[in-house]
Design a protein around this ligand. Structure first.
Ligand code: 523
Length: 152
């Protein structure tokens, strides 16, 4: 009957909405690559991560693709213009988010990256990657990062 079909459609909409609400938000981390090196950024917060190094990035906002988030976060955090070029490694489940690593390159004419929201920045080559004090989640992609840098 019409009533049943309307109820079924309403139920489908509710299930879809529930999936949206319970899905873990995605945080993108960006391996910004140049001349066989990756840009590492030193966190200032929270206290347990401060001083340790990460691939810059942040939470994907509603209505934004992951590539959009990479471009926006690096503009906000580094004052740089980048292009997202691909993915690296597997998704890393953190406490309440999913960390997904993207690769990127500086756009032609981009300003040089600056630590607008980090304590410091450094370009790290394949030999330097394993030596750095990465935040725990980023440490998990170090081997993939080394392989990528060696291929470049
Ligand atoms: N990480 C992480 N590695 C990494 C990034 C960019 C983020 O382990 N390379 C973690 C740290 C936080 C969470 O992901 O637990 C959110 O990252 P954050 O704080 O850099 O992103 P924001 O500022 O967009 O998100 P909120 O602080 O949650 O607002």
């Amino acid at each position: 009957s019409l009533v049943l079909r309307l109820l079924a459609a309403r139920a489908d909409a509710l299930v879809e909405r529930a999936a949206e609400v319970t899905a873990r938000p995605v945080v993108v981390a960006t391996a910004l690559l140049r001349d066989g090196a990756v840009l590492a950024a030193q966190r200032t917060r929270p206290p347990e991560l401060a001083g340790r190094w990460e691939l810059p990035g942040g939470r994907v906002e509603r209505g934004e693709t992951e590539s959009d988030a990479v471009v926006r976060e690096l503009r906000e955090e580094l004052g740089a213009e980048v292009r997202a070029t691909g993915r690296l490694g597997t998704d890393l489940p953190l406490a309440d988010v999913l960390l997904r690593v993207h690769t990127a390159e500086l756009a032609p004419g981009s300003p040089e990256p600056e630590p607008l929201e980090h304590a410091a920045l450094q370009w790290v080559d394949a030999a330097g990657v394993p030596e750095l004090d990465w935040v725990p989640a980023d440490r998990a992609v170090a081997a993939d990062l080394v392989a990528l840098l060696r291929d470049e």
